[in-house]
Write a protein that binds this ligand. Sequence first.
Ligand SMILES: *Cc1c(COP(=O)(O)O)cnc(C)c1O
Length: 441
Amino acid sequence: MKMLNISPSQQQQIRSAKPLLWLNPEYQNPAAAPDKPDTAEIYDAEARLLRFAPLLQQLFPELEASDGIIESPLLQADQLHQAISPFGVRTLIKADHTLPVAGSIKARGGIHEVLCFAEQLALEHDLIKDTNDDYRKLLFPDAKFLFNQYEIAVGSTGNLGLSIGIIGAALGFKATVHMSVDAKEWKKERLRKRGVQVVEHKADYGAAVAAGRAQADANPKSYFVDDENSPRLFMGYAVAALRLKRQLEEQNIPVDADHPLFVYLPAGVGGAPGGITFGLKALFGPHVHCFFAEPVQAPCMLLGMAGPAGSEPVDVYDFDLTINTEADGLAVGQASQWVCDAIRDELSGVYTCEDDTLYQHLLRLKQLEGLETEPSATIGCSGPSMLTSHEAQVWLNRHMSEKSLATSTHLVWTTGGSFVPESEYRTFLLKATEKFGSKIS
Ligand SMILES: *Cc1c(COP(=O)(O)O)cnc(C)c1O
């Protein structure tokens, strides 16, 4: 096996599917990340989303109030803070589980990538003169006619498929979603209702992506959204950092040496949390600490980040793990090498959690903050408690003063859930209540 920057005892813990915190030895070592993307691309992505905002506002009535911007609220979670955080002055929730249009964090990257392709086609075929033109022209029949000759395809555990399928079909593209075996039935159903072709695979996420990629390669009019390898997705996700910065300012929450910000991000293949980390580090530098969170059965980003730059990430099967987890959005066996290489010196660490813990958080989010999330989306709630080990304390002391830690802000990024059907959410909640308490009927 490849050299991994993981101690033998932690490797043993990973193998036996025990929760752990891994601190990134390459943090703040630029030599470990020779090929970083350009931060200017974050601003390009934001500008593109602004150009499309009037069009999105017409396509999706739920974007009326936000003038076509797909954004989620930043919530102060005081009750949750008491329950989960031994540190700092506040816990915030970045509520991407309510992101309009797609119901998950995938609305950011997924929609951005489809808009990149649509814009490129529209410019090539003179449907718009230039990037200052009125993009609502792309709702006219000649644009629909053009887009309908092209297919947009994607492989997904569910949420990326929802995001790509919804925007693809709305613009008039033929949309095909290759779903892995763990994708939920209701997600497939929702897509079929919108005229999206759903291809069901009996294998895992990586295999669904590979099948989708192969089919799309065979069709010159097919555009494949490659979750394992996509700067366009990544930069769409990174825009969240610009938006978060504005929200923090609006709420008068400082981020600086005296007020560090800790951000806990659920990670699958790495694109969404990686893009956000890239954006946040560009804006806040050493004052933000990003941690990824993964299920014990699918720590693919941990293994990817612990490998050397420019090498294919080790997959979780090499550690005798199964990727069986109820956190379907995080059930990924191998990380994106591209993402690992982009953030190798930026990520502070990765921790893992058991599925039961996710249910405990699901119940907390409901009882304490009135929020309904899917199990995948709750894993950030373990962040603060994962930083209480002796090793973590040593690390914290190295990066900030006692006083700064005491005035730190902790942000839990909730990534999906508002589209989960009521009956399905009831089932999650019932399971959580049976295990962890009965305050909720
Ligand atoms: C996809 C997803 C993530 C993680 O995003 P990746 O780009 O796969 O790392 C987190 N939470 C939910 C709910 C998701 O659907």
